[in-house]
Write a protein that binds this ligand. Structure first.
Ligand SMILES: Nc1ncnc2c1ncn2[C@@H]1O[C@H](COP(=O)(O)OP(=O)(O)O)[C@@H](O)[C@H]1O
Ligand SMILES: [Mg+2]
Length: 358
């Protein structure tokens, strides 16, 4: 068993977005130093890190000097090339390692992996050409959703396929050579679970969170949500199997569709802190960001007990202009990410509403 990395050590974070920013703040709270590797010097994470290195993900000199400054490296963005991680792994511990990203960067791979761990998913087929799409549409039926296999986020890289959709147009609109056609799931609700697995193999899960999406983008997360105890215990068993099989070190957020009959279908997975876990900053004994720090440093994982009823609402541009209204609200905890450019729909911050248990 390896000994934990003590406070004072340097945690390197790949990626400069808000997830990196909140991880850096959690690291600082525990006495660690967070250094960030990012694309721009004023990225949200760079604003709060002890040091930041600006570089591209294929800049070996910059990566090497970053690794030399750190004691462990983690990430806040799953689309970092796996080659970047492999390069760094030859120098330093990278948590999670590149094999976890290789699975989670591909919708086809992650669905296959979920099925091998005993989960169900929407029906799906790989689509690499217009003739594949014609064939897949026949087998899966309509409505269905055509998604790029890689690099999609917040509903980008997706088209809904109906009976009368022009398939050539749909296929060409994605501008990709690898996609997935998924059957449309008439879900009862969408939920997510964030699992932490530490470098010494300890596993803890945050409470199931209900997620409400508007235009394919997360709008609100709510805790608690009702799940039958026997269903939850089955899901938890499968998740333990899944993160062990992945040899995860860090966090894995799993998004599910819950069918009308209560079955959990895996939608997608992300090996990092997740927007649906932001409520944990104010509404849980341990935040997802602190849990990531604990997991990658080999510390005991913190309690994942929720403190009461919690609702997290995303603040998408231009709603950040209403910051004064949020800050005046005695029931709201406001978090802004320091982004100077407020574009419509851009994630600018979030607000948590908390009703404490007595
Ligand atoms: N197969 C599906 N059936 C029903 N709704 C879907 C399906 N796929 C995606 N959606 C809706 O679109 C949202 C975003 O899709 P998702 O696959 O999670 O991609 P992203 O990477 O953009 O989050 C989902 O949270 C859900 O609301
Ligand atoms: Mg999603």
């Amino acid at each position: 068993m390896t000994s934990p990395l003590p406070p004072g050590s340097v945690i390197g974070i790949l990626g400069g977005g808000q997830l990196g920013r909140m991880t850096a703040l959690a690291a600082a709270n525990l006495g660690y130093q967070a250094y960030v590797y990012c694309l721009n010097k004023d990225d949200p994470a760079a604003q709060v890190c002890a040091r930041s290195i600006v570089g591209q993900y294929d800049d070996e000199d910059a990566l090497r000097s970053f690794a030399a400054m750190c004691d462990v490296i983690t990430l806040e963005f799953e689309n970092i090339p796996t080659e970047t991680l492999q390069f760094l792994e030859n120098i330093i511990s990278v948590r999670p390692h590149h094999k976890v990203l290789a699975v989670t960067q591909s919708r086809l791979e992650e669905k296959g992996f979920a099925k091998e761990s005993g989960f169900e998913t929407a029906s799906y087929q790989a689509v690499r050409s217009i003739s594949d799409l014609r064939q897949a549409t026949k087998e899966i039926g309509c409505p269905s959703i055509l998604k790029t296999n890689r690099f999609g986020y917040d509903g980008k890289g997706q088209v809904r396929i109906e009976e009368d959709t022009d398939l050539v147009e749909a296929w060409e609109s994605l501008q990709t050579d690898e996609a997935i056609l998924e059957g449309f799931v008439e879900f009862d609700k969408e939920v997510s679970i964030i699992v932490a697995r530490s470098s010494i193999g300890e596993i803890k899960m945050f409470p199931v969170t209900e997620n409400i999406h508007v235009n394919h983008v997360l709008s609100e997360s709510i805790v608690p949500t009702t799940v039958a105890p026997e269903v939850l215990s089955e899901v938890e068993k499968k998740l333990v199997k899944l993160v062990e099989k992945m040899d995860l070190n860090g966090l894995l957020a799993i998004e599910f569709f819950v069918s009308k009959s209560g079955t959990f279908l895996v939608n997608e997975m992300a090996p990092r802190p997740h927007n649906s876990g932001h409520w944990t900053m104010d509404g849980c004994m341990t935040s997802q960001f602190e849990q990531l720090v604990r997991a990658v440093c080999g510390l005991p994982l913190g309690s994942t007990k929720a403190l009461g009823k919690v609702k997290m609402k995303n603040i998408l541009g231009p709603d950040d202009k209403n910051w004064e209204a949020y800050i005046k609200d005695a029931h709201a905890k406001l978090h802004l990410y320091g982004k100077s450019d407020s574009k419509p729909g851009r994630k600018m911050g979030h607000v948590t509403y908390l009703e404490l248990d007595q």
